[in-house]
Write a protein that binds this ligand. Structure first.
Ligand SMILES: Cc1cc2nc3c(=O)[nH]c(=O)nc-3n(C[C@H](O)[C@H](O)[C@H](O)COP(=O)(O)O)c2cc1C
Length: 271
């Protein structure tokens, strides 16, 4: 195993950070390196807000030594076009939001890997979409149009007293990797996955380890019922997932920022 593989295999979510600060030179390396990730048409349709104020981090959701807020952002691209006397596209089609999100996430994951290579722990969170998303725009002075906070990456050093570092569970076989053609799992394949999630050797959702004590036979039963809010199929509303306000809020913000058309949204038949 080479050093790069070892670093990637050792990536692990750390939720409690010590007070130790990240050296400025290391932060600078992380920022310079992460923008080397692949980017569609070399547009880099993202902005990275570097937050070092712990009060601001707290209002966003979690506190580390540094928080990087990765936003899908077309403002720089639009402004440069206008500066040169061009009109950028009339609106940003959804495909550009998808492409911009891809650029953004590639840069974010690269930052986590570079951080780990420097001994810095990390924690991704989509807390930006919980609570009132407007706070993100106010706290960080984000442009109201064509800018959407996608993910935060907290960086710092694990507070070993508080952090419960568990093993890392990931599926890596059938159902995830499909050679040649997509193959839907049959019942045996699904059973194997259910048992793999139960394995004490692996630890899938590192926050949760007491599902057995809670009376569940399988981790995934706990996951679907308690984590996702799914009803059992024999319950009246057949696997209806409980309404989640934050999804509506994200859709509304995508419309407000100009990434999602209100018309298209309204024409979409209700499910
Ligand atoms: C998009 C995304 C959002 C996440 N949001 C949260 C979060 O809000 N709170 C949290 O505790 N963990 C969050 N996580 C971390 C995952 O829970 C974690 O990666 C998962 O439990 C697997 O643990 P591991 O990374 O240590 O292997 C998030 C991860 C991703 C990729």
């Amino acid at each position: 195993m080479n050093e790069t593989i070892r670093i990637i295999e050792n990536l692990k979510t750390v939720r409690n950070f010590s007070d130790r600060n990240i050296p400025k030179e290391h932060l600078s390396v992380i920022l310079k390196s992460c923008v080397n990730a692949a980017t569609a048409s070399a547009r880099q349709t993202y902005s990275i807000i570097v937050v070092d104020d712990k009060e601001v981090m707290k209002e966003i959701g979690y506190v580390g030594s540094i928080m990087l807020v990765f936003c899908v952002d077309y403002n720089r691209v639009i402004d440069a076009a206008e500066y040169l006397g061009f009109q950028y596209k009339q609106g940003i089609p959804i495909v550009d939001f998808i492409t911009g999100s891809t650029d953004t996430i590639l840069a974010a994951q690269t930052a986590a890997i570079v951080g780990k290579s420097l001994g810095i722990d990390s924690f991704f969170s989509n807390c930006v979409h919980r609570g009132n998303i407007d706070r993100m725009y106010k706290l960080l002075n984000l442009p109201e149009k064509y800018c959407f906070p996608l993910i935060t990456l907290l960086l710092g050093y694990s507070d070993e007293k508080k952090s419960k570092l568990t093993k890392k569970g990931r599926l890596s076989g059938p159902g995830i990797i499909h050679f040649h053609k997509y193959q839907r799992l049959n019942n045996q394949g699904l059973e194997n996955i259910v048992l793999e999630y139960d394995s004490k050797e692996k630890h899938f959702l590192s926050l949760i380890d007491d599902w057995r004590e809670k009376g569940y036979n399988h981790y995934l039963e706990y996951f679907y019922e308690k984590w996702c809010g799914c009803l059992r199929q024999d319950e009246k509303n057949e696997y209806q997932i409980k309404a989640n306000n934050s999804y509506n809020q994200v859709e509304e913000m995508l419309i407000k920022t100009g990434f999602l058309s209100d018309d298209i949204h309204r024409k979409t038949p209700a499910k």
